[in-house]
Structures are given as structure tokens and as C-alpha cells.
Design a protein around this ligand. Structure first.
Ligand SMILES: [Zn+2]
Length: 95
């Protein structure tokens, strides 16, 4: 068995470079983990689906590397948002 899934080959590198360019140009794509924008200058990773068959897009490095914890944080924030402010202009659905 070779442990060579994806291999982080040219595909990953090309996508990462594409996103790096967009982030540098202030695209500020939402982090695939926490939903907050990835800002120019922030550390980020190219996040992939849990089964490693595809890419989700950029995620903050600290979000991606603590993927086990993010769900709890998110649920917590969600509950707060509902109990305190029902409408939050920063978390609209981006259709
Ligand atoms: Zn994040």
C-alpha cells in the first residue's frame, strides 16, 4: 500500500496558488471552517473534504488545524447569536 492519496501534487499547488492570488487581491473568501473571511496576510490552508476527494477552499490555518474543536465553537456562537441578536448583518447567507 502506498500512502499517496492526492500526493499534494500539481492540482493542490495550482489551486493553492490561485487562492493565494485571490486573497492577496482582497477577495476575502469565507473560511470553510468558521465562515469568517480569510484576510490578506493571515495564515491559511487549502482545506479538503473529510474523505479527501475534493477541496473545500481556503480555511484559516488555526481553524483547519483544530478541526475537531470548531464545531463546538460554532454551535456556541450560533446559540449566542439566536439568544442575543436575531439578525446579524455579518452572517447573511451568501447565495
Ligand atoms: Zn476560520
Amino acid at each position: 500500500m502506498t500512502d499517496d492519496i492526492g500526493g499534494y501534487g500539481s492540482d493542490h499547488r495550482r489551486l493553492r496558488r490561485m487562492w493565494a492570488q485571490r486573497i492577496r487581491n482582497n477577495w476575502m473568501p469565507p473560511c470553510s471552517r468558521c465562515g469568517y473571511p480569510v484576510l490578506p496576510g493571515q495564515a491559511w490552508d487549502l482545506d479538503h473534504t473529510d474523505d479527501r476527494t475534493g477541496y473545500l477552499g481556503p480555511a484559516h490555518a488555526h481553524c483547519n488545524r483544530s478541526a475537531g474543536a470548531y464545531k463546538k465553537i460554532r454551535q456556541h456562537q450560533h446559540r449566542q447569536a439566536h439568544s442575543e441578536h436575531r439578525s446579524n448583518p455579518t452572517t447573511q447567507d451568501w447565495a
